[in-house]
Design a protein around this ligand. Sequence first.
Ligand code: HEM
Length: 231
Amino acid sequence: MTQSTRAFPRRWFDATMDWFDERIALRQLIAASLHVVIPRRAHTYYLGGITLFLFASQAVTGILLSLYYQPTPESAYNSILYIMNQVNFGWLMRSVHAWGANLMIIFCVLHLLRVAVQGAYKKPREITWMVGMGLLFITLGFGFTGYLLPWDQRAFWATTVGTEIASAVPLVGEAIRDFLRAGADVSALTLSRFLGVHMLILPASLVGLLLVHLLIIHQQGLADPHATEEQ
Ligand code: HEM
């Protein structure tokens, strides 16, 4: 490889950045976005980042699975078998997605516990905490709706029992259950509804809340658990 061809990607990258810089001061914007105040003695601040990484991994593997998954009671389970046995690296995508779902919940809870134990939810971080609660519920919602999608016996009965629990709510319980199931029983309509929520509503809501979460963290910096006064 000659000197000029080796330098090509770098020159091309710099030229592109210059082009954007002249118009929207891109380098300045990136530098400002990456500038977050992190206390020196921070040892447990990676838990939110790991949760974020797991979400990104779920998004990538989920999109790949959706290329082969068929959301009808007749074909859902067979499409899962097809992904596991016929699609190149399909078994890997499905396994990473299934394990990632559990890990995302675990790390989200560990992150919450770290914030709680270090008192990082206190003023001025109450909004970050409340938005975080929304993120936790959405993460649990991903698990609940995703569990039905393979449409095997375990998925069917778990969703039947899970949605039945909602009917224990006084007065409106049965209405909530029927709303979740899109009818009186778990059926093809439930499968469509859960898939729509799993692939569209929850991801859009999570990304929206995540932007707020990260924007506030960016503005405030992370709390220093050893600090003596409010910061
Ligand atoms: C999808 C779920 C979530 C993601 C991806 C996420 C991401 C993050 C990241 C990357 C940080 C900065 C690094 C760190 O402190 O670990 C952070 C900070 C924070 N998160 Fe989350 N988070 C999530 C859920 C939650 C939950 C469930 C809560 C609590 C109910 C929460 C409350 C907070 C608070 C209060 C901070 C600021 C902590 C400080 O200033 O020290 N987050 N989050």
